[in-house]
Design a protein around this ligand. Structure first.
Ligand code: SAH
Length: 513
């Protein structure tokens, strides 16, 4: 008879994924990269990685910077290698997220070697490297067939321990194609000078692309002789790439990213944080950098008993009316949680204030019977008034809001009941980093999407940020009602939406440009 072993087998190590995060645009992550992030227990990401990518993950995340920076402490490469090994030995699934491609100038291969030596299973997921992405986003083909039959990726920042320059400028000057220098901005003068001294024509087209693929991308073009001066004058800073070669000329014909209607604009999105994704995504599509400035937060009612009592007698109502997406979720999620489902609404007719609210209703497989052409309470009330006389109407509403709807519906003879299905509360302060951006005047626009948001902005804004309102930082209002509320609290509105949605707000900013 065999006796059972007294101790369990040691836990097998977790797996490490070395993942290329791409050059900055969060859309330029591979599907495999996103999958790995979903699997991770721990994410270690480097300074170049766009933190928005962390939204693919529920893991705890730590930033590792090899250079001292405002957001990360300096950490040695050996320390990172050790962290990866240790976490895997604890059985964790680890993602090591690195800017661009992990094996292009990224020391990713050293991390892989350390994992291999420690016997940790790992996988490497390639990423889009900065050179190809920067070229594409600035409108350059690095291998345009009229101009280059080869491309070289070169480091402009050599290992300081190396005794002499490893770069053979003679060969580079005579290389039959495009030269792309990574990490070369701070040595641009020396790079350009060395190439010219080695025989490269001083008139060769060159460009520097800063923060490539991101809304604040900047491109400076000139000749090899001029480019160091031009880059300095433009105040470019890392991360930047230097591209040298005749292919730079075709940029005039093929640029696209920098032509987006709100390119380079920094836009404050005032939606509650958990609902800002759509607006933020749309801002990116239009070329802008969204900055999340939530002013209200959405919370469940302190006490559900009143809502639950209404849900009990849901079949009494002829109409259910919603004036916000949160109202739809508030009522219908509670219905589900208390054991009911949408069959309980089968007899009722449904009305929504606008398409965004109706769209959320669709997610519950419900179609609105009434959506007014103009998305405001007056229009909704006017559309309903002829239909509701003598009928029982439920308005599933926020803890605060306008009183227009009940007034008009009651006058029209409806038996109206109002129930608060979610709270709409002011936040107490802006997040620190975002406030700093406001106070530096970095924002070009703030979109105000309701009267209560306009009033909150007036309350939350500090004097240092207030000084830029109307000059560097313009305000766009979603509707005349919001514009009036802003005027009451002394906030000047520079643009007003004609369609009362976030898309309408963005369009008003484009018209103003
Ligand atoms: N593994 C990365 C490169 C790391 S070295 C990759 O494959 O892209 C860091 C250098 O990459 C920076 O100094 C800069 O030259 C370049 N770089 C990275 N991201 C960039 C970006 N968004 N815009 C311009 N250059 C970038």
């Amino acid at each position: 008879m065999t006796t059972p072993t007294p101790h369990a087998d040691p836990k097998p190590p977790g797996r490490v994924y070395l993942v290329g995060a791409g050059p900055g645009d969060p859309g330029l992550l591979t599907l495999r990269g996103a999958e790995c992030l979903r699997l991770a227990d721990l994410v270690l990401y480097d300074g170049l990685v766009n933190p928005l990518l962390l939204r693919h993950s529920h893991a705890s995340a730590e930033r590792t910077c090899r250079a001292e920076g405002p957001t990360g402490r300096q950490i040695r490469q050996e320390e990172i290698n050790q962290r990866l090994v240790d976490a895997a030995r604890e059985g964790k699934t680890v993602v090591r997220l690195k800017g661009g491609d992990p094996f292009i100038f990224g020391r990713g291969s050293e991390e892989a070697a350390a994992l291999r030596a420690a016997g940790i299973p790992f996988e490497v997921v390639p990423g889009i490297t900065a050179a190809t992405a920067a070229a594409v986003y600035t409108g350059i083909s690095l291998t345009h067939r009229d101009h280059a039959s080869a491309v070289a990726f070169i480091t402009g920042h050599e290992d300081p321990a190396k005794p002499s320059s490893a770069l053979d400028y003679q060969s580079l000057a005579h290389f039959p194609g495009t030269l792309v220098f990574y990490m070369g901005l701070h040595r641009l003068e020396s790079i350009a000078g060395s190439l010219i001294a080695a025989g490269k024509s001083a008139d060769t087209p060159a460009c520097v692309v800063c923060r490539a693929t991101q809304p604040l991308q900047q491109t400076v073009t000139g000749t090899l002789r001029e480019i160091p001066q031009l880059a300095k004058a433009a105040g470019l800073h890392p991360p930047s790439l230097v591209i040298v070669g005749d292919c730079v000329q075709v940029r005039d014909r093929a640029h696209w990213f920098e032509d987006r209607p709100l390119f380079g604009k920094v836009i404050g999105i005032t939606r509650p944080e958990d609902q800002a994704d759509d607006a933020a995504h749309r801002a990116f599509e239009l070329g802008a950098l969204p900055v999340l400035l939530p002013m209200i937060e959405i919370a469940p009612p302190d006490d559900w008993s009143a809502v639950d009592a209404i849900l009990e007698r849901l079949d009494e109502f002829d109409w259910i009316v919603w004036t916000s997406a949160n109202g739809v979720r508030g009522l219908l999620d509670r219905l589900w949680q208390t054991g009911g489902d949408i069959r309980r609404l089968s007899h009722a007719r449904l009305a929504c204030i606008g398409p965004a609210t109706a769209k959320v209703l669709e997610q519950y497989s419900l179609r609105a019977d009434v959506v007014p052409n103009e998305f405001r309470a007056e229009a909704l009330a006017a559309a309903l008034a002829p239909k509701v006389s003598g009928q029982k109407v439920l308005w599933a509403r926020a803890s605060r809001g306008r009183d227009v709807l009940p007034q008009i519906l009651t006058q029209a003879g409806a038996k109206l009941e109002q129930e608060v299905v979610y709270q709409n509360r002011d936040v107490m302060a802006f997040p620190v980093a975002e406030l700093a951006q406001l106070e530096r005047g970095d924002l070009d626009w703030i979109g105000l999407s309701s009267p209560s948001i306009a009033r909150s902005l007036a309350k939350l804004i500090t004097p240092a940020a207030r000084q830029w309102i109307g000059t560097r930082t313009k305000l766009a209002s979603i509707s005349p009602v919001t514009t009036a509320a802003a005027a009451e609290v002394g906030l000047p509105i520079a643009a007003e939406a004609t369609t009362y949605t976030w898309e309408g707000l963005f369009q008003s900013m484009i018209r103003d440009a």
